[in-house]
Structures are given as structure tokens and as C-alpha cells.
Write a protein that binds this ligand. Structure first.
Ligand code: SAM
Length: 311
């Protein structure tokens, strides 16, 4: 199904918990505020079945930290049972080593692991915890379990980790991992201006070395740089109307509300009430309403698309 801006909605990003065992100072918490309910594995499975009716084919499980859910294997099993084309997860990796193989057996296709630094002191400064070694073990386990491609999410922070980009490229390339360099987003009124850095100089350096550059239209038009021996994707959402123009995601937050946009909390749609009472028609209406409320946060380009289509 397409929204009123002509954007297809093909992916559902599900936050399965608000809890996290890290305390990254910049974290947007997927735009969630504390709710009083939490979806069960069975309810998540039913929701994904409905999402499929609306044309969604990809599910990403996230959090908080999704691996804190004791029933995470049940959740992955319920989601894969719906027959999605791809089921993936974003995790901080600290709890991954023990469960990676089980996740793969349950049907998880691939995994993103958040890692902003290779330095223990910097890791503690960003996350508040000394768990870098556990993340390295999680990465090894994900690779061994075949959760491919493994991707590393690195948020660039001025004065903290920007100087580590080359080291991170080398670390990822050596292991056949795709590195995603992510621009710091300012969500929910948090002001991180001092840490924000634009990624233009990094991209320029990647462009000069790349053997190929691709634009992934289905992934918010992000650029992919194929380097000799490695791959780097650049995610630049801030004030980027092209990013929003190619957004294909709907979000679901832990308390069972559909969330049309990461950046907003004033247009949520309650879905869980319908699911928990078996009101499937109400649930379908909730999905349709959430898709209808989708609107690009940074609009520029999309207005033009809409105008040119209506001519
Ligand atoms: N706990 C899991 C993890 O660490 O991947 C899932 C939740 S976390 C919110 C998902 C992703 O969002 C992580 O890769 C994290 O680095 C990224 N993220 C969090 N806050 C961000 C921000 N302000 N700007 C850009 N990316 C952010």
C-alpha cells in the first residue's frame, strides 16, 4: 500500500521493549515514550500477519534492547511464521554471543549490531557500560551463525569517534561486515549540536576510493560505497528530504501503537487494543489510518513529487 505521498510502505520496524542495558547519551529510543502495555510474542505475530495484508514484506526488530526480552526467540518465531521476505534485528550486541545461533535457527535472516567505537574508554563514555568485549563476542557469534550480511551501525559523534572511521572500516572489511555510518539525529527536543557532524568529508573520501557507488532507493536513498575489500553505507537523515521521500517504513512501539514517523509522537494509532480483543477489522482500520497519517518530516522533494503527479 502507498501513502498519500506515493511512498510504498514495505517494512515494519517493531520496538519490542523500551528497556535497554546501555545508556547511550544520544539515544533517540526509536522515538518511544514510556507506555503502560507491552505486546506479547503472540500479539506481535498477529500484527505481522496483518502487516503482510498491507504489503509489508520486511520486519526489523529493535528496542530498547530486543535481546532483553526473555521471549525473543518466541517473537522471532512468531514473526517468521508470517512469511516475511526478510526478518532482521538491530541490537547492541552485548547479549548476542549466547543466542545468535538460536536466533538464526528461529528464522532471523540478518542482524545490525550497534558499535560506535573500538576503544573501551570511548565505549564506556558513550554507553555508560564496560561491555565492548561482549559486543566483539556477539559479532563473532553472528558471523558464525550466518546472520548475513552482518552490519555495524556507527553513529558519528564529533570529538568522540569521528577519527575512528578508518579503523572501523578496516575492522568491518576484514570480517566481511558492512559498515553503516549514521548521522546523529536530534529527536524529541534533545540538542546534541556539539556532537553533530555532517558526513560530507567522510563521503568525499569514500567516493574517491570506491570502485562503485550505489544508491539504495528502497532504503531511504542511502549511498553504498563499494571499496576494494569492503562496503560502507552512509545514512544521512537530518534535513534530508530525499531520505524522507524514500522512507518505506511504518513503526510499531512496545505498547502497541503504530508510529508513522520516528520524529513525531503526535500521530500515533492504537493497534494493540484491537489485536488483544480479537477485533481484526478494527486492527485493519488502525493500519490504514497509520499509513494515511504518514507524512515526510523533511518534505521539500516530496511536495514537488505530489505537485507534478497531480498535473
Ligand atoms: N538497542 C538496539 C541497538 O543498540 O541497536 C536497538 C535500539 S537503538 C535505538 C537502534 C539504532 O539507533 C542504533 O544503531 C543506534 O545507534 C541508533 N540511534 C540511536 N539514537 C540515535 C540518534 N540520536 N541518531 C542516530 N542514530 C541513533
Amino acid at each position: 500500500m502507498r501513502d498519500k505521498f506515493g511512498r510504498p510502505v514495505t517494512g515494519l520496524r517493531i520496538s519490542v521493549t523500551e528497556e535497554c542495558n546501555l545508556n547511550c547519551f544520544y539515544c533517540h529510543r526509536e522515538g518511544c515514550s514510556a507506555g503502560s502495555r507491552q505486546m506479547s510474542a503472540g500479539e506481535i505475530g498477529k500484527i505481522v500477519q496483518l502487516a503482510k495484508e498491507f504489503g509489508m514484506r520486511k520486519v526489523k526488530l529493535t528496542g530498547g534492547e530486543p535481546l532483553l526480552r526473555k521471549d525473543i526467540i518466541e517473537i522471532v518465531t512468531a514473526v517468521t511464521a508470517a512469511g516475511m521476505d526478510e526478518v532482521s534485528m538491530t541490537t547492541n550486541g552485548t547479549l548476542l554471543a549466547k543466542i545468535a545461533a538460536e536466533l538464526a535457527d528461529a528464522g532471523l535472516n540478518r542482524i545490525n549490531i550497534s558499535l560506535d567505537t573500538l576503544d573501551e574508554t570511548t565505549y564506556k563514555r558513550i554507553t555508560g557500560r564496560k561491555l565492548l568485549h561482549e559486543v566483539f563476542e556477539g559479532i563473532d557469534a553472528a558471523l558464525a551463525a550466518g546472520l548475513a550480511p552482518v552490519k555495524l551501525n556507527m553513529v558519528l559523534l564529533a570529538g568522540i569517534n569521528k577519527h575512528e572511521v578508518e579503523r572501523m572500516i578496516a575492522y568491518a572489511s576484514k570480517r566481511g561486515i558492512i559498515l553503516q555510518l549514521i548521522e546523529l539525529l536530534e529527536v524529541g527536543g534533545k540538542n546534541f549540536t556539539i556532537y553533530h557532524c555532517d558526513l560530507d568529508d567522510v563521503e568525499q573520501s569514500l567516493r574517491e576510493r570506491a570502485v562503485a557507488v550505489r544508491t539504495r532507493r528502497s532504503m531511504q536513498a542511502r549511498r553504498k560505497y563499494i571499496l576494494p575489500g569492503g562496503e560502507v553505507e552512509v545514512v544521512k537523515p537530518m534535513h534530508n528530504s530525499e531520505f524522507c521521500a524514500h522512507c518505506t517504513r511504518l513503526r510499531l512501539i512496545p505498547d502497541g501503537h503504530l508510529k508513522p514517523c520516528l520524529m513525531r509522537n503526535d500521530n500515533l494509532v492504537d493497534l494493540l487494543t484491537h489485536i488483544s480483543t480479537g477485533d481484526l477489522e478494527g486492527a485493519r482500520k488502525a493500519f490504514a489510518e497509520a499509513i494515511a497519517r504518514r507524512e515526510p518530516y523533511f518534505k521539500g522533494a516530496l511536495r514537488e513529487v505530489r505537485v507534478s503527479r497531480s498535473v
